[in-house]
Design a binder for this molecule. Structure first.
Ligand SMILES: [Fe+2]
Length: 246
């Protein structure tokens, strides 16, 4: 089984049929939007929906006495602890998703050994373990702040929706190792920016212990990013026969 990109029977481009493409262009010129048929009405209607829509869920109030106490203490400082809990929930969801993306990539590398000339399986497994540890770190941080790590916060919900494409691309049996590594690269870029924002937020709220732990996680993510970029570069160059990996 090879997943190398090849020239084949792809008929999606206009160049495949010059006669039809000419007709298509003529058609598009006949249907130029007029002032009555522009998108302003649609935009106005969408605007109404945006104005009327409820927010995407909420952060639950603390369900334990200890949580109540922590939330109360945070409120006395004037901070909105729910913002931190929401972002922690988001990172928790993303790290869980990231762990699963790596699990699939490991499975694919085992099934399709051609990627193994570039990807070191032990490094891949180490990154996977680190993502899982980050998940644990976030769970503990949420508990420490009196929150419920099993709650789906609004930002966690959005993250779930955003990640759907990554999960689909990764789990499609037809995607190559390089395409899967590209998918992971998107996750790692978001990972790095996500931890940076979380560190800033925790810093501003005076959670110094969390800041230290989050900085360690960010250091890991920095290494993941360098590694994944390097893998993608090598896989792509070797596919283009510009690099020998044998
Ligand atoms: Fe990562």
């Amino acid at each position: 089984m090879t997943r190398e990109v090849k020239m084949g029977m792809n008929r999606t481009g206009m160049q495949m049929s010059p006669r039809d493409s000419k007709e298509l262009l003529q058609g598009s010129q006949r249907t130029v939007p007029t002032s009555e048929g522009d998108e302003s009405m649609l935009a106005a209607m969408r605007g109404e929906y945006v104005m009327e829509a409820d927010p995407l869920g909420s952060v639950p109030p603390p369900g334990t006495a200890k949580g109540m106490f922590k939330a109360g203490a945070e409120m006395l400082t004037g901070n909105r602890a729910e913002v931190l809990l929401d972002k922690l929930g988001e990172r928790l969801a993303f790290e869980r998703g990231g762990t699963r993306l790596y699990e699939t990539l490991i499975m694919k590398c085992l099934a399709a050994p051609n990627g193994r000339e570039v990807i070191q399986l032990d490094v891949l497994e180490e990154i996977h373990r680190e993502e899982a540890r980050h998940f644990d770190l976030l769970r503990a941080a949420i508990e420490q702040l009196g929150g419920d790590p099993t709650a789906m916060t609004p930002c966690a919900d959005v993250t779930g929706v955003q990640s759907l494409g990554l999960v689909q691309a990764m789990n499609d049996p037809r995607t190559s190792i390089a395409q899967c590594v590209q998918t992971i690269l998107i996750a790692e870029l978001a990972d790095n920016a996500g931890w940076e924002l979380l560190i800033r937020l925790a810093q501003e709220m005076g959670h110094d212990e969390l800041v230290q732990q989050f900085q360690e996680a960010l250091a890991h993510e920095g290494r993941h990013l360098v590694t994944v970029r390097d893998w993608l570069e090598k896989l792509t160059l070797s596919e283009a026969k510009l690099l020998s990996t044998a």
